[in-house]
Ligand binder design. Sequence first.
Ligand code: ADP
Length: 450
Amino acid sequence: ESYKSDIVIIGAGGAGMTAAIEAKDAGANVIVLEKMAYAGGNTVRAKGGLNASETKPQKSLGIEDSVQTFIDDTMKGGKEINDLSLVTYLAQNSSAAIDWLLGIGMDVNGVVAAAGASKPRMHRPVDGSSIGNVLVSVLTKNLEDRGIDILYQTEATELIVENNAVTGVKAKDAKGNELTFNADAVIVAAGGFGANEEMYASYRPDIKGFITTNHAGATGDGIRMSEKIGAALVDMEQIQTHPTVEQTTNEVISDSVRGIGAILVNEKGVRFTNEMLTRDVLSANILAQPGKYAYIIFDQNLRNNMKAIEEMVEKGIVTEGKTLEELSATLKVDAAAMTKTLATWNKAVADKKDAEFGRDTGMDASLEMAPYYAVKVAPGVHHTMGGIKINTNTEVLDTKGAVIKGLYAAGEVTGGVHGANRLGGNAVADITVFGRQAGKQAAQFALANG
Ligand code: ADP
């Protein structure tokens, strides 16, 4: 079977759906291919918000921020290997992205501080909901309102190239039937490869065997397809791990649980690290423990003070003990060692001095209110920062730096924006700013060349 449209978009995550809306509003007709039975990809899992500077919500909250500070923070966070032109474009267009989101019915009026940002610039719903869920439902509704079709369980397999330009996509449907989608422009928005162990271990043998926080569809198809027709790839070995992932549900245990006072112990019941170190260092320290895992330990006082902990309890991933002895017995950890660890820690909190590991933040609460709780955690693959090389028009570049005609890419499938380390809040900023640009640029190209 074959189809024809101005634009074909591969992937109905945040970047793909954003591009679809912009392309349609620019006058192009659009088909979106989604290999899973659902939209949202990794985007729906985004917890925080999106970073943006010099925005209306910031101004109404009296927050002074600048595009330049946003650029500087992002470059510093990425260890300065980010593509400066992409980072600059991201920051310069972030305020307009907030206006656009507000315009399509998305609440991004809340602004909070986040790691690596020198000003509060993470925008999210005012009630503090995780952004991913809300964003995906707003985007999906906007596609419906515009009559844009998402073909689910339709997996793109190949880009079609004619006369040095991309002119469509080959795909297969749920029954394995081959489909051909002819178009004047193609946008690759198929996300990263954090769920493809063979692929991430090939770039990073040291993370072989890690579980992933990603959805099952994050298998790197878009990167492979583009590479096959000559696209350049950048920073493929830059893969962000999250240190504290529950290993049976792949649920991320937020950094903020340690931030309000939880500690980490190993299977012997002893602390082994400053729990507030950066994600990469903490991941390595956990992997150096026997069994390559750790327990996050907290008490009823922390549970009383954090909604996220209550959500963890509801998900059934928290082990509870009426006493420290009972918790230790359930975990099969030496109770005497555990008792000594908590006594030492509580003294460190009281003295405001962690003589063992030099922790100096997240020490406002001692752990002494029963019941006690534990979650077994180990590092997991979280975000793949590398991917397809693009310019600020989201045009895909080949290995010689030339534009591949008719091919655009946006979102986690691309590389360069985050460098060696992505700041929280920059993934949703990336998909919104560059998703919009891809939709506009592809529409312009398709309408001029169709
Ligand atoms: P981003 O944040 O960059 O938008 P997401 O992970 O949210 O990335 O979305 C990417 C989407 O692309 C996912 O819904 C995923 O299932 C889809 N996808 C991945 N590979 C293919 C493919 N070969 N064909 C169609 N859709 C795909």
